[in-house]
Design a protein around this ligand. Sequence first.
Ligand SMILES: Cc1cc2nc3c(=O)[nH]c(=O)nc-3n(C[C@H](O)[C@H](O)[C@H](O)COP(=O)(O)O)c2cc1C
Length: 331
Amino acid sequence: MTGSLLNVLRTEKPILSAPMAGAAGPELVAAVCNAGGYGVIPLWGRSKEQVSSGIDGLRELTDRNFAVNLNLSFAYQEQLEMCIDKAVHGVSLFWGMDPSAIKQAKAGGLIVLVSVGNAQETRTAADAGADVIVAQGWEAGGHVWGQVSTMALIPAVVDAVGIPVVAAGGIADGRGMAAAMMLGASGVWIGTRFLASSEATIHEVYRARILQASETDTQWAHDLYDVGWPDAPHRALFNTTSKAWVDAGCSAPGKRPMENEQIGQRPSGDPIVRYQSYTPLPQTVGDVEAMSLWSGQGVSLVREIMPAADIVDEVYQDAKRHLQMGVSVLR
Ligand SMILES: Cc1cc2nc3c(=O)[nH]c(=O)nc-3n(C[C@H](O)[C@H](O)[C@H](O)COP(=O)(O)O)c2cc1C
C-alpha cells in the first residue's frame, strides 16, 4: 500500500518527519518536504494567527505538501478551522480520538493523519474517514500515546484496516524502515533521528546527549514531566531530574525531589521549572541537562548531525537495499 500512501500524500518517498514541538520548525519540515519526504509541523498550542503565519512561513520555504499537527487534548477548534481556511494539504491529529474532528477536517478538504496506539482506535479513526494511520510504538520519544511496541503494533494495526499505515517509534535508519515495511507499514514517521539534523531547533546540551546516549538511556514515565501537560506518558533521556525522581521511589507529583524549583528560562524570559514538559531550544538558559530531553529508544542509532535531506536520502536508499537483500536471506 506504499503506492497508495504516496498518492494520498502526493510525495515521492514514504518518509515522514515526526512533528516535534519545539524541535521541528519550518526549516526542518521544509527540508524534508524538499527532499521528497512529507513533513509535519506542530502548530498546536498556538493562537489561530500564529497557525496562519506558521503555515505562510513554511510555504515560503517549500511548495511541497505538508501537514499541520494538532493536539486533541488542548483546544484545537480554531487551529483546525485555520488549517481548513488556509487549505493546507494535511492535518495530523494526536493525543486523543475524536471522530468529529476527523470528519470536520475531511469535510474541510484536508488529508487526515490520525495517531493511534492500538487496533481498536485504528478502526474508529478509519470509520470516521481518516486517510492515513500513524501507529506509534512504545519505543517512541516525546509523548507516547500507547503501550504496545512497534514490532507488535504495526501488524495488528495493518490487519485492522484497509488504509495506509505509517510506523512510528524506534525507526532511525534504513534497517528500521525496511523492518517496518515488512510488517506491513506503507511508510515511516521518524522523530529522534531528526533531532540530530542540522535544522532541528534544540539546545546544544540536548543535542550532545542525543549523540552519546544508548538504547538503555531513556525513561518512560507517566507523570515525570507533567508540568504544563499532566496525565500524558512520555519518554525522555535519563538525567539528574529523572535519577533523583527514581531514587525517591518515583514519587507522585507534589512529592517529588526539588519540586517547583526554577531550573531555567525560556528565550522569552519565562521561567522553566523542574518537571516541566518543555523542549530546550538553542536560546534556552539554565540547567538544560535537567530538563525534559525527549528521546526514543532508537537513540543509539543517532550518532551524527546531518542535513535533514541527507537523512531522508540515506534512510530511503538503505531501506531499499535491505528490502532487496531480504529476498535472498532465507534461501
Ligand atoms: C522532541 C520530541 C517532541 C515531540 N513532539 C510531538 C508533537 O508535538 N506532536 C506529536 O504528534 N508527536 C510528538 N512527538 C512524538 C513524535 O511525533 C513521534 O511519534 C516519535 O518521535 C517517534 O518515535 P522516535 O522518536 O523513536 O522516532 C515528539 C517526539 C519528540 C522526540
